[in-house]
Design a protein around this ligand. Sequence first.
Ligand SMILES: C[S@@+](CC[C@H](N)C(=O)[O-])C[C@H]1O[C@@H](n2cnc3c(N)ncnc32)[C@H](O)[C@@H]1O
Length: 209
Amino acid sequence: MSDPNSPPKTRPFLDRLLFFLLWLRRPMRIANITPSGKHLAAAMVRGVPMDKPGSVVELGGGTGVFTAAMIRAGLPADDLVIIEREKTLFDLLTRRFPSSRVVLGDARDVHQIAEEAGANPVKAVVSGLPILTMNDEIQTAIMGGAFKAMGDDGVFVQFTYGPKSPVRQSVLDALGLTAVRAEKVPRNVPPASVYLYTVAPPAAETPLA
Ligand SMILES: C[S@@+](CC[C@H](N)C(=O)[O-])C[C@H]1O[C@@H](n2cnc3c(N)ncnc32)[C@H](O)[C@@H]1O
């Protein structure tokens, strides 16, 4: 019998083909013609505090590249909640990760979905979403919902192909969050960066004159 905590065998060629076909149908939603590579997946996993107890919620699981990397790094599969909006990918994730909670839904509902899945505490939210292309309102709903689910100790892990934080400063300021570029991943195609978002520390008090 297969071990639920050993990641399933991926099928890189078929996954790439499926991704490409879905991208042809919905380019804005899928956002990339191919799943992320193993170097980017490894960098995303390094953003997750593996030693801390708690669940991880993954947004936009796709074919499960980040999911498999997290399980390989020691995250129990049943500590994972995966939200995917595309039915074909949801079905694939459900088959591939039977011990994880896979939800067909929208990342904007992350707080409610995590709560209904009994994910408590949530230590990290790992996002494969094309968040750069989303407007301020959607970015705010996703980031706000993620930190509502995680609380102030959580970390939101996001990749981008762009030169700066894909979550805009106006959104970070409104939610009291701070962004740090944790890693550059030049070996991904295209080259990517991983950003970590956390609750901003309180501003230092200015001593009274
Ligand atoms: C660029 S792909 C990344 C997939 C995978 N994590 C990877 O890195 O290969 C973006 C994924 O996010 C999903 N997605 C886009 N918008 C979403 C939303 N609002 N809620 C949930 N999933 C969404 C897409 O269906 C797609 O699977």
